[in-house]
Design a binder for this molecule. Sequence first.
Ligand SMILES: [Ca+2]
Ligand SMILES: [Ca+2]
Ligand SMILES: [Ca+2]
Ligand SMILES: [Ca+2]
Length: 376
Amino acid sequence: MKWLCVLLATTGCNLYWSDDPGDGSGYVAPLVDAPPPTNQLVRPCMRALAGGDFAVSGFEEIAITYVCDCCGITEGLRAPDRVLTGVNPRGDYQDRFRAIIAEKIDDDYLDTAIHVGEHVGGTWIFSGNGGNRITIERGFDDMWIGDLDGDGKRDYLMAGDNAIRMASAYSQPYQFPLVTTAADETDLLTGKPFRYVAHAQLGGSSAPDVFYVTTGGELGVAVQSTSSSGPTFTVVDTKTDPGGSVLPLVTADFDGDGIDDVAGAAGHVFVRSSKTGQIAFLDQGARALAAGDVDNDGRKDLIFISANGAVTGRVNVGANGALTSQPLLPHGGDGLAVADLDGDHHADIVLVDHLVPPGYSPPVDSTITMYAGASL
Ligand SMILES: [Ca+2]
Ligand SMILES: [Ca+2]
Ligand SMILES: [Ca+2]
Ligand SMILES: [Ca+2]
């Protein structure tokens, strides 16, 4: 473990940040040979992971973040031959990351990984092979980047701090605003402890509508309309499921009508089906959720780790929107990501046995295991 941190601190960590010492001081050559190829990797104090098509490699990847003695590390995981390999580690000596948000940003066929810092202003956007540090002068729990109001320029949609807000701060189409202040913000919904936000076309128009979940387990659908003063959002449906922990929202077309649906967990797993227009609950909770096409039928499937962390399963959406589940793996864990790492069109599942929240101690190793989709 120690050598891993030292190695990263003297190689990958100095690729990006200007305040890295960069002189190799303290470097100690590893005393062990490289481990044999495997479908497992160990990283210290993993915080978060997310699957996506992040680079022009021909294969999907998993973006991960973990903590060394000195800094927060971001890294990609690839496995074109089903051997998990870490690539392109980068360290931030000023902050550590608490979440990764994978987004399809509208003018780019690749996914973008947003690494959210523990502190205000610590957020990085990795798009393709480049990175931008963005400073949003307000704390937030979740974000989406896209053109929310249809003016051809990117907006940040943020949930947290008792509101859902839009921030816009630039004049060029499809640039990332690098700094946003309170003056750049518009409050869209206020007065609730909004935790996670997702966008989907819920109201039948082409304007993105928003779906939110609060820390208290309220799920809400808010439909966009436009006025001369900008977009306004009206909450048209809510349900409350206060029974357990709230997870980030996942969007994909789970019911097969060609329109994205919104899934999440607040006590129980739920899916808001675009086909039925209703929110349906599963009779189980979840510790983690992700989407990927594990059976290669062209439709993304909703994958979940059970609430007790013991098993991994799949949620099926019936023709009437009702949810059922089926087991996929007799293994679970704390963390889940889904991506087609070996390029065979079956999404592969990556499980992590320990995810470590900010402030946790003592340090713990996190084991990452890949399960190839064709074998599920
Ligand atoms: Ca816009
Ligand atoms: Ca759908
Ligand atoms: Ca599928
Ligand atoms: Ca695969």
